[in-house]
Design a protein around this ligand. Structure first.
Ligand SMILES: [Zn+2]
Length: 330
């Protein structure tokens, strides 16, 4: 289980192989810095990088900014160079930035699902436990994890081929600049189900289908703006990819911050908040956020969301409006 992981970056067919470091899927000197207070951000008690709690109820959790959003990703050299275009600088909406952010989200997801698959496989393979347990209950989940991990690695590969112009497939993207540093940062790569207008684009419970995935990045920046990127490739189902991205392009400028928070809560576990913003909410608003955070979306395979799930209002004022955008779906 604890074998050292090596860097998956491959150059001219030769993989790097150096030991990996804890990469940040959200840069510590970038978006995380904008929401860090006294060394901490706020995440979810059952979210990634939060200390396990005895309380079974979902709650907010203080997470050290050093740990938030980390994953065993790349070696130190490649961590510094692979994402240099999208790191530690202020970004504007553009195709290049959306593509770089999409690769980062997908790589995170591929590694997280590979980890989960390895863990489940280990559970199944170990000969005995000191307590009774039936590892075969994990078999279905293992197959799903293996499937997800494999598809995410394929997607990383496809995105890199699009980047180096070796693939004619397209990345549909919508990237927007919001005129306020939003009090949350988030990244994710997920199966598309519904769009923000309330249309179901892909039936998730139908196992026979090939799913399209989308990538989301919400990045508050040091100049008091937030860069948003929503993207999807046309490798599986062009129509659902295009329609998903287009629903964001059609969102009213002043409603975009609320719409992307709903998306983050529903589709990714990798979301963190500025502590003072969470503290400023009343208890029913806090409850709304906790209820909307759907961690099952990440690990419970085959659970279909209500069709209007993303369109359902989240009764919170979040200041900020779109002032610029770039897209190839409009
Ligand atoms: Zn490397």
């Amino acid at each position: 289980m604890h074998r050292p992981r090596t860097c998956p970056v491959s150059t001219n067919g030769v993989s790097c192989g150096h030991p990996v470091i804890a990469s940040h899927s959200q840069q510590r000197k970038g978006p995380l810095k904008e929401i860090t207070e006294a060394g901490h951000v706020v995440g979810f008690s059952n979210g990634p990088n939060a200390k396990p709690s005895d309380n079974r109820r979902q709650d907010f959790a203080k997470v050290s900014a050093k740990r938030a959003s980390t994953f065993p990703g790349l070696c130190a050299k490649h961590d510094a160079t692979v994402f240099s275009e999208i790191e530690n600088k202020t970004l504007n909406p553009s195709y290049r930035n959306s593509l770089g952010l999409a690769i980062r989200c997908t790589l995170y997801e591929a590694i997280v699902h590979t980890d989960a698959g390895l863990f489940l496989n280990w559970l199944r393979e170990v000969p005995s436990f000191e307590f009774w347990m039936d590892p075969t209950v994990y078999t279905d989940e293992l197959e799903h994890m293996a499937h997800y991990a494999r598809y995410n690695w394929d997607l990383v590969n496809l995105l890199q081929r699009i980047e180096s112009k070796k693939s004619t497939r397209k990345l549909f993207f919508y990237s927007a600049l919001i005129d306020a540093a939003l009090p949350f940062s988030s990244t994710g790569c997920f199966c598309i189900e519904n769009d923000i207008a309330g249309n179901q684009l892909q039936p998730f419970s139908d196992f026979g289908r090939k799913f399209s995935y989308a990538q989301l990045t919400i990045m508050p920046q040091s100049n008091g703006t937030t860069l948003l990127s929503v993207s999807s490739t046309n490798d599986r189902d062009r129509d659902s990819s295009w329609r998903f991205v287009k629903s964001y392009a059609e969102c009213k400028a002043e409603l975009l911050p609320n719409a992307i928070l709903r998306t983050a809560l529903e589709y990714t576990e990798n979301t963190y908040f500025r502590p003072s913003w969470i503290n400023s909410l009343n208890s029913s608003q806090k409850k709304l956020i906790l209820e909307r955070f759907d961690d099952r979306a990440v690990f419970e395979v085959g659970k279909e969301k209500p069709h209007a799930s993303l369109a359902a209002p989240l009764d919170l004022e979040i200041s900020g409006t779109r002032v610029k955008f770039a897209s190839n779906v409009t």
